[in-house]
Structure formats: C-alpha cells, structure tokens
Design a protein around this ligand. Structure first.
Ligand SMILES: [Mg+2]
Length: 294
C-alpha cells in the first residue's frame, strides 16, 4: 500500500485554521487505500495532543499515525545500546512525557540546580556577580548520562549551564530538531535549533539531530507503516527540512506553497532540497501522477 506522510503546519493547517481541501485530501487518500501519516518537528506537544488537535480540525488520525520529533527522539533513545538511564531535557514537558513513556527516567524540572537564585542574583540587570556566585555555590548532583534539547520557551542560563556541564562530562547530546525559527501567529520566535546551537558552541560538540532534515522522523513513520512496500510520498512546505528528509528516506518530495516557502525560493532550491514536485494547493496533488487513481 502506498504511504503518504504529511507535514502539518503550513500544509494541512495554519494555527487554528484548516487549509482548503485538507479534509477532502485525507479522506480521498484513505478511501483509495493510502496509509496516511502525520509528521512534525514540533517537540512541545505529545502525540496524544496532536491527535486531539487533528480531531478538533476534523482531520482524523490516531496515535499510530502521528510522529513528532519528541516521539521519534524517545524511540531513538530506546533503541540505543546502552540505553540512557538518566536524561536531562532542555525542552517542553511533552518531550519528557514521550521519553518517560518508553521507560527511560527523565529528571523533573524542579530537580534542576539553580532554580532559586536569591533576589539580588535573580534580578536581571542588577548583579551578574551575584548570579555567578549563586551558580558556583550550588551543590551539583551527578551529571546525567544524556541531554536532550528541544524547543524550550522557559529557557534559563541555569538550564544551559547544567546541560553544558553534562555534555562536557561525556553525556550523549541529542536534539529533537534544529529548526531555526518557530512560526507563530504573525511572526517568528527562535526555534529549538537556536538553543541547540548555544549548547554546541558552549561544549564544542555537535548534537545528534532526530527531526527533519535528518531521516529519523520519516523512518519512524515508515517503520510504523510496516515498511515501504510501495511508493512513499512526503508532502511538506519547507525545502530545507521536508524535502531534504524526504530524499534521505528515498521518498518523493512534494512541496506545497501554502506555508513557509515562496515560489521563487522553491525554484532556487538545489541538491537534496529541490522538490520533485511543486503544488500550489492540496487539490493540485491529485493532478500528480503519484496520486493517480486517488
Ligand atoms: Mg511545515
């Protein structure tokens, strides 16, 4: 059976708005016998939360067909030998939840050293020396064996310091994704990649990235689908992430121009980032030979 893997944001919806023909596209593919998977680099929501979001938008899907970078990271850790036994997450609670769900212990946010600076140290712009004195006076626990970094909207200097300490001490260093930006309503915020980059600089080590453009996320979808015994098509809105990852797993990359990428940029993309097909809307998918008969 053919397999379609959809990126979500910018492809099926933007924020809380379902894009035109999204529901019809998924229905049409499912009734034509396609296996339909959803894949996202976002590590701030669990698969369960994505299933709820997809349902509230009328797009269907279940746990088995959603792969997030948090979920793929957890399963990557689970398959490692030796398996991590003590993980520090710089990221969202969803990332901790998915890693714990595969039976790997993860430190709770309240266990982080450096959470309670005294007032002169805590006040921004008052006394860096007081903060330094506080951080260097902490009694530190044994360093975790693994550091996992994702998007953390509550990033602090103390978190970076603890992650840096663990990585320098030899911890495995994994990134759920290295997205430059986090597109939100009407603007960009810094993506997980900006936090990963800070730690790569701080440690002179390179993180193993699980999310797109690396192949792990799509590999996980293909594995869950029981293998790629027919054609695999990825539909995404970014050349650097979706198209590159599609090509790394041997899939056909269909770029849709409803999200991150403008037509000009699509034309300029080269190498593995170059889409095999470009469509302006989901409806246009069905004009492609890949979807003939659907
Ligand atoms: Mg997208």
């Amino acid at each position: 059976m053919p397999l379609a893997i959809f990126d979500m944001d910018g492809v099926l919806y933007r924020g809380s708005q379902v894009l035109p023909y999204a529901r019809e596209t998924l229905d049409r593919l499912r009734s034509a016998g396609w296996r339909v998977f959803f894949a996202t680099n976002n590590s701030t929501a669990t698969r369960g939360e994505y299933v709820e979001r997809l349902h509230s938008l009328g797009l269907g899907g279940d746990d088995e067909h959603v792969v997030t970078s948090a979920y793929a990271t957890a399963h990557h850790l689970e398959r490692r030998d030796p398996k991590p036994r003590d993980v520090l997450v710089v990221g969202a609670e969803a990332l901790r939840t998915e890693i714990r769900a595969v039976g790997i212990p993860v430190r709770a946010p309240h266990e982080l050293p450096g959470l309670d600076p005294p007032p002169p140290a805590a006040a921004d712009g008052v006394s860096p020396a007081a903060m330094r004195a506080y951080l260097t006076s902490l009694e530190l626990p044994p360093a975790p064996d693994t550091v996992v970094v994702g998007l953390d909207l509550h990033l602090t200097y103390a978190k970076l310091a603890e992650a840096q300490r663990a990585i320098i001490a030899g911890a495995l260093f994994v990134a759920s994704n290295k997205d430059r930006a986090y597109p939100v309503e009407g603007r960009f915020l810094p993506g997980a990649g900006s936090i990963v980059a800070a730690l790569e600089v701080a440690t002179d080590r390179e993180a193993l990235c699980i999310g797109k453009p690396e192949p792990f996320l799509f590999e996980e979808a293909i594995r869950r689908a029981g293998g790629a015994d027919g054609s695999v098509v990825v539909v995404g809105d970014s050349t650097d992430y979706d198209m590159v990852a599609a090509h790394r797993v041997g899939a056909t990359g269909v770029l849709i121009l409803t999200g991150l990428t403008e037509e000009d940029a699509a034309r300029r993309a080269s190498g593995a980032a170059r889409p095999d097909r470009v469509v302006r809307s989901l409806e246009e998918l069905f004009r492609l030979s890949e979807f003939a008969g659907a």
